[in-house]
Structures are given as structure tokens and as C-alpha cells.
Design a protein around this ligand. Structure first.
Ligand code: USQ
Length: 401
């Protein structure tokens, strides 16, 4: 099976390339290393040092016995996308090549417009190129659980039955995203569903929860194959940030009351999910939505899990509530479905707590590197457009045992 990975140098893209190469798949991909540039632009770097693109390619060749087929190019350039797909003729395309950060998209008008232009254009290019040169391929489009927002209802997988004025229909579940980034993914979902209808393409829109984790097994053989792990306020996601904070005895940065609930899943289980989705494509013309996460937790529960494990390992960790820089519900109903992955055979391998233990051990040797950027741990990108370092809320206590 031939798989094309758009965004092959990123956190998920690189991991998937190794995971699939180790299982005998023919892999090609594209990237222009924007993730490396964005993180540098906001003054940070990966907590785990990563190899340069050239070193990664050498390590891939030495470990897998074949060349890494990575084209350097812009997914917003239609000619580049069409020619790459025409040449490789993939059975499946996994689209990770987008700007993934909610705070980055909220920084200012330029980054907001750039996020939407970049994300929506790249996806449209892939849809049109599929139509033109590989209409039988299966698109696996990375969406986000954040497209749904936090409604007061349970969240189905993409669609729900609704009755209105005596008539029933199966309609897309309402999307109420919480940032311009999340909105870009909603636009992609509509474009992808429409392209499936009019071009008869097949696509799986993966509504993915927050991913965390420092490595997958395929990276253990060679440090040059290591994944990046960001911890800054834009590109670091909650658990990854909390683990980096614990390692350097920085208080865990809970935004607001900490009752925000999300679905989480470890990087290694993401690989298993995507593999199952690749092996079980939808029918011609079908637009399928799959919710992808393992466990739902509130931020307070997560902070407690990280604190518990880090104390077991000897780190004196505490939690602090910061004024929430985002505009979001801090206490809400959250019960999303995730039936389809279980039906495809997905079985979670690692619970959040055991994965946190692995992460803390991986990160321990890079504590100095993280400590050098400790200023980036306090959020100052605010959803209302102002920008200032938020002080810990005086009314909310700092927890420590
Ligand atoms: N949060 C904290 N402290 C922190 C960082 C975040 O309390 O130090 C809170 C946020 O306020 C938010 C929640 O944790 O309520 C999740 O924030 P996050 O930064 O971990 O995740 P988010 O911005 O939602 O975005 C991440 C990825 C994005 C993906 C999304 C899945 O960056 O690409 O689409 O997770 S989901 O959250 O399900 O929409």
C-alpha cells in the first residue's frame, strides 16, 4: 500500500512515517519545515532535541534500508501538490500539513488570516488534485475534536438524527469551535464533505483529541529518529507542557478553573488508530467522520495525574491556576462518542498515567534545555487580542502536597 503523508516532518507526520515504514508500507511525503520555523519564531525549540531534515533522511535510510521520499514544497502551491500525487499515485493520503495551534491563530490579524488561508488552501489543493490525478485514493484528513466545541449535548461522530417541526433528518452535528485555528478545520470539513459528494472521493475526517507522548517504539533504535516535543504556549499541548513543567519544578499551568474537559490519546495509540483507518477505507464517494481519543479528563484531573506521577519519581511538583488567556467554558458537559474506532478493532495500549511516567523519564535528561525557556511556560496570548503575562489568580490557591 502506498501512503502519501502531507506534513511528514511534524510531530504526527514523522511518527506515522516511521510506524508505516517499519510495517512495509511504501511512504512518500511533503513538507517545508514550517513547524520548525513557527516554534523558532516564538522563541522556542523542541524539548527533545531533533535531528535536521538531512540527518533524519540519513537515519531513515540506515534504519529502513530505503530512501526517505520527502519532497520539499508548499501545499498551497497547486502544481506542487498535483505533481507530487500524480507521480506517487498513492492509495491513501494523510493530511497533517497544517498549522495546528489555537493560540498562534489568535495572536494577531496576520497569523489569523495566514492560519485559515494556509490550512484551507492546502486542503482544497489536495481535494482538487485527488479529483484530477488519483480519484480512487483515500484521504485521511486530520480534523479536531475542537470542531464540536463544548455543547450541552453528547457529541456523536460527525452526524446526528434530528427532528424539527415534525420532520426528521440526519445532519452534520453543529460545530462551535473555540479559535480561528479550530474554525479552519471546520471549513475543511465542509469542503471535504462537499468534494466527496461532487467528485465521488472517499475521505475520513478524523476528529482527534489532544495528543501527548514523547516517542513511539520505532524511534528507540536511533536518537536521530526521535520526534519533536513542544512545550511553549502555542505548540505545546496540555500534558506535554505539564510534563515539561514538572521536570523543572515549574508549577503546572492550569488555565482558569481547570474544569475544561477534553479527549486525550497517546502518540503511540494515534498510530494504531490511523493504521486501522488506513486498512479500512470508506466506500467511493463516502465522507466518514471518526472521533479519535482515549480518555476524557478535566485539566485539573490531568494536573493531578502529572503531579502524582512526578512525585512518585521524586519531583516536587505543584499546580497553579493562571488567569485563563482563552475564552472558553471552564466547567461543562463533555461526553463524545468514539464507537467507530472500537468497531474497527482499536484497543488502547497505554493509559494516561503510564504514558506520563514514560514521558517524565524521557524528558528528565533534557531538563536544562527546558529550564532555559521557562519564560515561555506562562501564557500571554489572549483570545481578546491583548497580550500580557497573566499573573496567577490571587483568589485561586496553589496546590501542593
Ligand atoms: N490548558 C491549560 N494549561 C496549559 C495549556 C492548556 O489549562 O498550559 C488548557 C486550555 O485552556 C484548553 C485545554 O487545556 O482548555 C486544551 O488546550 P491545548 O493547548 O492542550 O489544546 P488545544 O489548544 O485545544 O489544541 C490541541 C492541538 C490542536 C488539536 C486540539 C485537539 O494543538 O492541534 O486540534 O488539541 S482538541 O483540544 O480536542 O480540539
Amino acid at each position: 500500500m502506498r501512503i502519501f503523508i502531507a506534513g511528514m516532518d511534524g510531530y504526527l507526520g514523522w511518527s506515522l512515517a516511521l510506524y508505516l515504514a517499519a510495517r512495509g508500507y511504501e511512504i512518500a511525503g511533503a513538507d517545508r519545515f514550517l513547524r520548525r520555523k513557527w516554534v523558532a519564531e516564538i522563541g522556542s525549540y523542541s524539548a527533545l532535541p531533533i535531528a535536521s531534515p538531512e540527518e533524519r533522511a540519513r537515519a531513515f535510510h540506515e534504519n529502513f534500508g530505503k530512501m526517505l521520499q520527502l519532497s520539499v514544497g508548499d501545499l498551497c502551491d497547486y502544481g506542487f501538490v498535483r505533481d507530487s500525487l500524480a507521480q506517487f499515485q498513492p492509495d491513501a493520503i494523510v493530511h497533517f500539513g497544517q498549522m495546528p495551534s489555537a493560540p498562534y491563530s489568535m495572536m494577531d490579524v496576520h497569523r489569523s488570516i495566514w492560519t485559515q488561508t494556509n490550512n484551507i488552501t492546502s486542503n482544497l489543493n489536495i481535494l482538487w488534485a485527488m479529483h484530477e490525478v488519483c480519484p480512487q485514493a483515500h484521504l485521511i484528513k486530520l480534523g479536531t475534536m475542537g470542531e464540536y466545541g463544548t455543547p450541552g449535548l453528547d457529541i456523536p461522530e460527525g452526524f446526528f438524527e434530528v427532528e424539527f417541526r415534525g420532520r426528521r433528518d440526519r445532519l452534520p452535528f453543529p460545530r462551535q469551535p473555540g479559535s480561528f485555528y479550530h474554525l479552519s478545520k471546520v471549513h475543511d470539513s465542509h469542503n471535504t464533505a462537499f468534494a466527496c459528494k461532487v467528485f465521488r472521493l472517499r475521505a475520513t475526517d478524523v476528529m482527534q483529541g489532544v495528543v501527548f507522548g514523547t516517542h513511539i517504539a520505532e524511534m528507540n533504535v536511533d536518537p536521530r529518529l526521535r520526534s519533536r516535543l513542544d512545550f511553549d504556549q502555542c505548540f505545546g499541548t496540555t500534558i506535554n507542557r505539564f510534563c515539561c513543567q514538572a521536570i523543572i519544578h515549574h508549577p503546572l499551568t492550569i488555565y482558569g478553573a481547570g474544569g475544561q474537559r477534553r479527549g486525550y490519546l497517546p502518540l503511540r495509540d494515534v498510530m494504531q488508530c490511523l493504521h486501522l483507518i488506513l486498512q479500512n477505507p470508506p466506500a467511493d464517494g463516502e465522507y466518514r467522520v471518526i472521533n479519535q481519543f482515549d480518555e476524557c479528563h478535566s485539566i485539573r484531573e490531568l494536573a493531578q495525574l502529572v503531579e502524582d506521577v512526578s512525585r512518585e519519581l521524586g519531583y516536587a511538583t505543584c499546580q497553579t491556576h493562571y488567569e485563563n488567556p482563552r475564552i472558553e467554558a471552564e466547567s461543562h458537559h463533555y461526553r463524545p462518542d468514539r464507537e467507530q474506532l472500537l468497531q474497527l478493532g482499536y484497543r488502547p495500549h497505554h493509559d494516561v498515567k503510564s504514558e506520563i511516567r514514560i514521558m517524565l523519564n524521557d524528558l528528565a535528561q533534557h531538563a536544562e534545555r527546558i529550564a532555559a525557556k521557562r519564560d515561555l511556560l506562562i501564557p500571554d496570548i489572549r483570545w481578546d487580542g491583548s497580550r500580557r503575562k497573566s499573573a496567577a489568580l490571587p483568589a485561586v490557591k496553589q496546590h501542593s502536597q
